[in-house]
Design a protein around this ligand. Structure first.
Ligand code: S0N
Length: 274
């Protein structure tokens, strides 16, 4: 697919493309011959790219998408589904997409799913766990689990239900119907629908709007939204950010300095708020 913006390749992979442009990273599944179904390698590469995005100060927003314009992702590649998971070259069955889901959720930067074509099965769950979803008019959404002998009872069920409501989430999983972009926006499953040819400029525009905001405020908001839903893991994320902010304060630095200088800390000069 040709792109309108001058994206620069970051690292070469086999199953994905990884580009950066103007503070935006784009991770794109590049297996259009199978509607961007993922294997353990595809997922491992996405995890690696996500890790690089986390560590890279220049990356403020991450776009998750699929090459070809016909599919975002069609879920686990059924041709390598073995006994207990998806099987890669090392012959070990894995469900490593669950690690990727957690990573998308916990990375302290917004992740936007840009969905053109199919977002089905585990591919549907991937867009669900992203912070925002921008859909092209040709997008089609749905779960197939009970049809093909699988299910995702984690974020794929519980977070989906938080987004579209319990009744609709159960319908999506029990019936395995497919929903077009208009139906998706009507049920609050996606944030915006645009013509396919406007998808790239729209996600760049949305990313730029986010990049223009306070990075720490965006980081705190993401972990705050997660905290309410993610139990102890969510609280740990939010609390980690509170610690980060506390470390920036003179009061916290006084504690460390006093220890290194072998004296008692003097807390008297720091404000006590009502
Ligand atoms: C997307 C569909 C509806 C598109 O239909 P269409 O347009 O008629 O195209 P096709 O001719 O069907 O597809 C074109 C080519 O692509 C291949 N292909 C498509 N999807 C897959 C896939 N997922 N795996 C392997 N190949 C795929 C087709 O075979 C075809 O190839 P050729 O031309 O050579 O025949 C339609 O394609 C469709 O329904 N696809 C399957 C969708 C699906 O069932 N996905 C898997 C669902 N399950 C998961 O994703 C599980 C995810 C997971 O890892 C997990 C996570 C948490 C807990 C549990 C699990 C778990 O695995 O159980």
């Amino acid at each position: 697919m040709s792109y309108k913006f001058p994206w620069k390749p970051v690292k070469e992979y086999k199953d994905i493309l990884f580009h950066k442009y103007d503070g935006i990273a784009r991770i794109s599944i590049n297996r259009p011959q199978v509607h961007n179904a993922f294997t353990p390698l595809t997922v491992q590469e996405m995890i690696d790219a996500m890790h690089l995005c986390r560590e890279d100060n220049d990356v403020r927003v991450i776009i998750l998408t699929g090459e070809g314009g016909k599919a975002f992702c069609s879920g686990g590649d059924q041709s390598v589904r073995g006994h207990g998971g998806y099987v890669g070259e090392d012959t070990t069955p894995r469900l490593n997409v669950l690690d990727l889901q957690k990573m998308i959720r916990s990375i302290p930067k917004p992740v936007i799913a840009a969905v053109a074509g199919w977002a089905i099965g585990g591919g549907h769950v991937l867009h669900v766990v992203c912070d925002l979803t921008i859909a092209a008019e040709n997008a089609r959404f749905g779960q197939t689990g009970p049809k093909v002998g699988s299910f995702d009872g984690g974020f794929g069920a519980s977070y989906l239900a938080r987004i579209v409501g319990q009744k609709k989430a159960r319908e999506i999983w029990f019936l395995c119907d497919q929903y077009d972009a208009q139906e998706a926006i009507d049920m609050g499953l996606v944030n915006k629908v645009v013509p396919l040819e406007k998808l790239e400029e729209t996600y760049v525009e949305w990313a730029r709007k986010i990049i223009a905001k306070s990075p720490l405020a965006i980081r705190m908001l993401k972990s705050s939204f997660n905290a309410e839903l993610d139990g102890q893991a969510g609280i740990q994320e939010l609390a980690g950010n509170a610690t980060l902010l506390y470390y920036l304060s003179d009061e916290a630095k006084e504690g460390k300095n006093a220890f290194l200088e072998k004296r008692d800390p003097d807390w008297s000069k720091y404000p006590k708020f009502p």
